[in-house]
Design a protein around this ligand. Structure first.
Ligand code: ZN
Length: 317
């Protein structure tokens, strides 16, 4: 039993409209689900992904309009990287510049070209020109042509004071292998068939202060389990190894278990199913506010208190 790769990344944002305009408008991702934070019905929960919201393409946000900005530090994921087609870097340099997004000059890492910039809340995003980007159904209702579209996650980078415990978890328990080492960066990659989001980089910054959660922070990352049975097997295995694992939680679009890995990063293992088409058709994904059945009776009130947003249309950019 090995982990095949990332399922989703969940982060905190401030202004919902600005978040939507950046990820759908600038980066061309599809808003695949618009729902609310089940623990805080006055705020949105956005899910961005490919056309169908394939595991390994999903970035989710809790946008809290007045959220204070977080501070990057150890014990958290500090960079989220998407794969782009090998020839697409030039397109993205030009596009980001035209839309007023300041990117660093492209750098090379493990033989691949990396374009780095921040989202409006200061969250670090990288576009990595991959020799073999994942085959996904890129969203063609947005502003970015298929040849240049983001191809799901490439990797995430976690900053750690001491990566030893995390490295052991990845290799001895998850089945990842050490795939590269450069300076203070270790790259671990899932074994098995090539797929989306298979790498995680551990960046050692000795003595780094703990990250402070806020807007622009990654709250947790989720790895994939193909079904409920496998998730339960993971729960048992991790518990046996002494990780304090949460009970299984029903997140409507997948089921989740959570635990804090030895380096302090919140890890989740999420099932591939049932997926985003459980409460609206693939064609309609993200077009309406979706609520879990037990909250439908409060829809009117919820719609009233949620911050107003305008859904992205092709006309934005
Ligand atoms: Zn999650």
């Amino acid at each position: 039993m090995n982990i095949p790769g990332l399922h989703h990344v969940t982060a905190i944002a401030s202004d919902p409209q600005r978040n939507l305009d950046f990820y759908a408008g600038v980066l061309g991702l599809r808003l695949v689900k618009r729902t609310i934070n089940f623990d805080d019905p006055g705020s949105h929960h956005f899910y961005f992904g490919d056309e169908a919201g394939t595991p390994g393409t999903i970035l989710t946000f809790f946008p809290w309009p007045n959220a204070r900005r977080g501070a990057r530090g150890s014990g958290e994921v500090t960079t989220t990287a998407y794969a782009i087609p090998a020839e697409a870097t030039g397109y993205w340099i030009e596009r980001l510049q035209r839309l007023g997004v300041k990117a660093d000059r492209p750098a090379r890492r493990f033989g691949e070209e990396v374009l780095r910039f921040s989202d409006p809340d200061g969250m670090a995003i990288e576009l990595i020109a991959a020799a073999h980007p994942g085959a996904i159904q890129t969203w063609q209702g947005g502003p970015v042509p298929a040849e240049q579209a983001l191809c799901g996650f490439h990797s995430v980078s976690a900053t750690l004071d001491d990566p030893a415990g995390t490295a052991r978890l990845l290799t001895e328990t998850f089945g990842y292998r050490l795939a590269g080492e450069a300076g203070n960066r270790l790259r671990f990659t899932a074994t098995g068939e090539p797929g989306l989001g298979q790498s995680i980089d551990l960046v050692q910054v000795e003595g780094a202060a703990r990250g402070q959660l806020g807007a622009g922070s990654v709250h947790h990352i989720a790895f994939r389990a193909s079904n409920e049975a496998q998730q339960l097997a993971w729960r048992e295995k991790l518990s046996r190894l002494g990780h304090g694992v949460s009970p299984v939680m029903d997140r409507t679009y997948f089921h989740s278990i959570y635990f804090r890995e030895p380096g302090g990063v919140l890890f989740e293992i999420a099932t591939d199913g049932p997926g985003f088409a459980i409460d609206e058709s693939v064609a309609e994904l993200g077009t309406q506010l979706r609520l879990p059945s037990w909250m439908e009776k409060s829809r009117e009130r919820i719609e009233e208190i949620l911050p107003r947003i305008t859904l992205p249309t092709e006309a934005i950019l």
